[in-house]
Design a protein around this ligand. Sequence first.
Ligand code: HEM
Length: 508
Amino acid sequence: MQEEQESWLDRALEWLDERTGIYGHTLRQAPRYAYRLDFWLGSFVLASFLFEVVTGMLVALYYVPADPYASTSYLISSVPLGALLFSLHSWGAYAMVFLLLVHMTRNFIVGAYRKPREIMWMVGTILAGLTLTEAYLGYSLPYNLISWTATTTGLNLFTYMPFGLSNLIAAMTLLPQLPGIASGVDPLVDRFFVFHWIVGALIGLVLGLHLYIFEKHGITPPLTKEKDRSELIDDYEEKLRNDPNWKLQPLTRTFGIILVTMLMTFGAIFLIASAFPFQISLNGGQIKYVMPEYNPALAAQTPPIPDWYFLFIYFFYKSVSPSDASLIFLTWGGITLLFPFIDQYVFRHRSPHPVMRPASIALGVGFIVSFIVNSVWAYLTPGRDIGPIGVEVDGTVFVASFLALFPTLRWLQRRAESEPETFNVGKRLGFANSVSTQTETINLSKPVSLGMDLSILASLGLIAYTTTKMFLLTNLFADQFELGFLAGINMFLVSYLVLIYTLRGEES
Ligand code: HEM
């Protein structure tokens, strides 16, 4: 890069690099082909995790585990910005689980779990387990009728876990008599609150490992028409020198796109949490928590409803005996964890292209279809047993989805293998990417056009307008959701401006 083209930020980062090695080790410069938002889905999950850490610490300032329901209600109905904060933390948790599922699905489809990223995938699976555990613990903390009923039902079901896991859970929930707990409150909430911190910290630690390994390998290159992507990895140095798509980009561009993913994630959570306050009613200036407090008598008549991402597992408990359901659940977990090796040694897939991985893709699609069917079924039958018909239908749906896809993919795979010259699957299915040839170049340059100039001006104008409106809102209690909504809009507008700045073309 020429000296005169560098911005002050590039120069500042180079200064830092000379002293810390940030360019070479801590944060890799990404190649040009990676500057598309679908290559940054993990960054969206990271953003939602950071969001949860910050909002969680703020919510914790008001949370009293010895009197959980009263302190949650107090935060919502009496603290300025309290209801917004609660709504942000709750919707943020949903966003994190959702984005994690999207990130996982994308990595599955593009085959990002394959060599040399097997451990990356396994660490990711552990992160998924920890995230679900964190969500389970968080769901229990407000101690409302629905959440605590579901929590105790879940705990009860965990006691059927095989391989000594039930003993581990029993030991972790074994309680000494704690002083100072409000009457009628289960002392376990106090323990769960501590676990909520511990599991959050564990996610942070394991995430550090995930990102460390990521910096070692970089992002999986896009699908190409070349038979085996390992060729691309082998001639990495060569590509860096000669292929314009592999040209490393300034670190400021990486920071820019990370900032965009953060702002978009925060903006989306702010907008949703303000438009749909989480379990909160706004009646004539009165802001109230709508959920009733847990009490054992009412709980006996309340069907336990877990959060949406647990419905899939809950379905099995409603269908077969708890020990069989635990076994199914653990089997799925084990298959996910070891999937890179199943793909390589059992299915013997040798190329990352989805068409060249027929068994894996058909299995993945079967899983997604069965996940959706089970979740909807469990949601529609709250508190009722489904019976063995549940797993029978589930098994049929799974096998039918697998069989519907597998033969077609297998046929395409065979043709691609036997006629590699004439039958270019990548191109036919629209997967072919410009990295496959050296002449087509991904163009980051966004020439400044009148339309873009106008959109920048309009964004700046809107930012000025919404910011002024935010400053005019003086009642931090009554106006908190309006404030949150305006903040969300602002974040999206700023993310648009940063995106334009980040992806602007090189000057020469
Ligand atoms: C707390 C949850 C997680 C966070 C914050 C996270 C974050 C990230 C980040 C920032 C990246 C860099 C590339 C990108 O932005 O997409 C990444 C890559 C990756 N993650 Fe995750 N991740 C999480 C969970 C998972 C899970 C559940 C899996 C799969 C089981 C997974 C598998 C991977 C793989 C295979 C890559 C490499 C992608 C590639 O090379 O194309 N991650 N992750």
